[in-house]
Design a protein around this ligand. Structure first.
Ligand SMILES: CC(C)(CO)[C@@H](O)C(=O)NCCC(=O)O
Ligand code: NA
Length: 608
């Protein structure tokens, strides 16, 4: 098959339309509304978005070409067990909707990391921000690289040319149109993404002999997996790793990741934000189902025979593209639609990353240092930031190029290794009143160190397993000996390293909470009266609701004061009129906390 010749004029036109439409939306928001002259508009979309665009944009943020290519490759190779991650979406979206969104929304923060300063201290906020920047920058590299790499392997598209084009187009519309453009391009790109996947499935099923035939082949090929209840935490994919470990993964993405928090905050009202989170559920299930079914059709088509030898690279990820092109050639327009689908997925993720990175750099690192900066200068600087992150992401793509692993696993490992500790930090703050800022700092650092120890350990020990060649055995032994010598405790550690990557988020989150609590108790736990009102969620109190009141108070620090105050903050946030006593009460509160929290009190003062 001459794969080069499958692209017709229509295909190129469709691809060009995608890029042009994205640029067009960017230009539109650059020239309409407030013309992106304030950071409120550029970074927060004027806090005026409805729930439909927000929900589609929420899915788009973490559904990139990695998932579109990686999930079918996973299903083709290992069967449908991965599909059970869909179970994690239930709690993984309910908890953000009813715990994280209310806390962030009512504090009227503009960056999730502002919360960390309100709850702990400036140092914790800066460390959290830096960790987030680190996470998103590496993740972006994977996102830009994946579609370019896969296309290059199969169609001979110029690899770095594609990387450059994606990065530049995205940088341009993000810089021009701000968060409004990012959200509305996400909407359009999500639709293209679904359409492309659907086209492959429909054509694939037809060419493989119909639904019944596909089903028979995947059934006989043993690709339909039942519920695997094996409790072994080192088993890669079981119900527990996917359905329970996956909840932590979802929380780190949908609960506390700035890209998503920013979308919740850009909603018109808290209710809209919660509603958009609910609406993510069916769409995310649809996205998962489409990519899983695509993997099954691919299996039925090739019936398990490995075609990877036909490719220069033996990667399963590239094979997915090979399959798609094999299905779609001779149908003018469809190969172009699929390429548009891949790039939609990638662009929507990268643009969210650019914008959220520009936001945190501005709000958390720069503004606090230069509080007197003019709005015009701040907006210009945000645009420069969005652009610089764009260029940085190109450099990161090169790093991914050097790594080489299943892209899905790389992306999910990054989420677990860096996102897990960040999730732990937020949980420590919201659910544990005793946590203090030293505890939070030490917890985060220890959490990150353990995460990288585990992650790097697993890469070093695992890379030795799948090499069957005689000559590589020596290398294997050499590496293993080096590791065991280095840590001098091989058997226990090796088991530790083989922890399923799906547990990374949960494990790293727990480390941060435990270490954070231990250090807090050693250095003097925070009293609940001293915690900034509105930053706590009485989770422990709710979990132990069956305990008698006095015990609960002792155990969980649920004092009535904290609740009254956060209710008052609600009132203010909603701009309800207050009476004079309440005003006086509030100004005293504001003074009390004015050192601790510059921006939140600033808001309160403005409203009062
Ligand atoms: C974030 C999840 C796990 C939600 O299903 C999924 O979208 C996924 O596997 N994403 C992989 C990362 C990516 O697509 O960039
Ligand atoms: Na995306």
């Amino acid at each position: 098959m001459h794969i080069y010749s499958i692209f017709t004029v229509i295909d190129y036109v469709i691809f060009a339309v995608l890029l042009a439409a994205s640029m067009g939306i960017g230009l539109y928001y650059a020239l309409s509304g407030g013309r992106q002259r304030t950071t409120q508009e550029f970074l927060m979309a004027d806090r005026s978005m409805g729930c439909l665009p927000v929900s589609l944009s929420l899915i788009a943020s973490f559904q990139s070409a990695v998932a579109i290519i990686g999930v079918p490759a996973e299903i083709y190779t290992h069967g449908t067990q991965y599909w059970f991650i869909g179970c994690a979406y239930i709690l993984g979206l309910l908890i953000p909707a009813h715990i994280f969104i209310p806390v962030f929304y009512r504090l009227r923060v503009s960056s999730a990391y502002q919360y960390l300063e309100l709850r702990f201290s400036k140092a914790v906020r800066i460390c959290g921000t830096l960790t987030f920047i680190f996470q998103m920058v590496i993740y972006m590299g994977v996102c830009v690289y994946t579609p370019a790499f896969a296309l290059n392997a199969v169609t001979g598209f110029e690899l770095w040319g594609t990387v450059l084009a994606t990065g530049l187009v995205c940088t341009l519309y993000t810089t021009l149109g701000g968060l409004k453009a990012v959200i509305w391009t996400d909407v359009f790109q999500t639709v293209v993404m679904f359409a492309g996947q659907l086209a492959v499935i429909v054509v694939g099923v037809q060419k493989t002999g119909g639904v019944a035939d596909v089903w028979r082949k995947v059934w006989e090929g043993n690709r339909i997996s039942g519920l695997d209840l094996n409790p072994d935490p080192t088993e890669r994919h079981t119900f527990w790793t996917l359905g329970v470990g996956g909840v932590f993964l979802m929380l780190s993405l949908y609960g506390v990741n700035q890209a998503q928090v920013q979308r919740y905050l850009s909603s018109r009202t808290e209710k809209e934000a919660v509603r958009s989170c609910y609406m993510v559920f069916p769409s995310l299930q649809l996205a998962l189902a489409l990519s899983c079914v695509m993997g099954l059709v691919m299996f039925a088509r090739y019936c398990g025979e490995d075609h990877s030898d036909k490719l220069a690279s033996s990667s399963r990820d590239a094979m997915v593209i090979y399959f798609v092109m094999d299905m779609l050639h001779g149908l003018p327009g469809l190969p172009g639609l699929f390429i548009a689908c891949l790039f939609s997925a990638a662009l929507s993720t990268i643009s969210s990353a650019f914008n959220s990175l520009a936001t945190v750099t501005m709000e958390d690192l720069i503004k606090p240092q230069y509080p007197a900066m003019t709005e015009a200068r701040a907006t210009l600087l945000s645009k420069v930031l969005a652009m610089s992150y764009g260029l940085l992401c190109l450099a990161m793509a090169y790093l991914t190029h050097l790594m080489g692993d299943s892209v899905l696993q790389v992306a999910l490992k990054i989420f677990g290794m860096v996102g897990g500790p960040i999730l732990g930090l937020f949980c420590l703050g919201m659910f544990f009143p005793w946590a203090n800022s030293i505890g939070a700092l030490v917890g985060l650092c220890v959490g990150l160190v353990v995460a990288f120890w585990l992650g790097i350990g697993s890469i070093l020990t695992r890379s030795t397993r799948p090499l069957p060649l005689e000559c590589s055995a020596n290398v294997t032994i050499a590496i293993q000996t080096a590791i065991s010598l280095f840590f001098s405790q091989p058997s226990g550690l090796k088991r530790f390293y083989s922890l399923s990557y799906m547990w990374y988020s949960g494990f790293n989150c727990t480390t941060v909470i435990l270490i954070g609590l231990i250090i807090s108790f050693l250095t003097g736990p925070t009293k609940e009266e001293d915690v900034m009102p509105g930053t706590l969620y009485p989770l422990l109190g709710k979990l132990f609701c069956f305990l008698p009141e006095h015990l609960k108070k002792k155990l969980c620090c649920v004092t009535p004061l904290g609740q009254t105050v956060s209710e008052k903050i609600d009132l203010i946030a909603k701009n309800l009129p207050l009476n004079k006593t309440e005003l006086v009460y509030f100004s005293s509160l504001c003074k009390k906390f004015s050192q601790k929290c510059n921006s939140a009190t600033h808001h309160l003062y403005i409203h009062i």
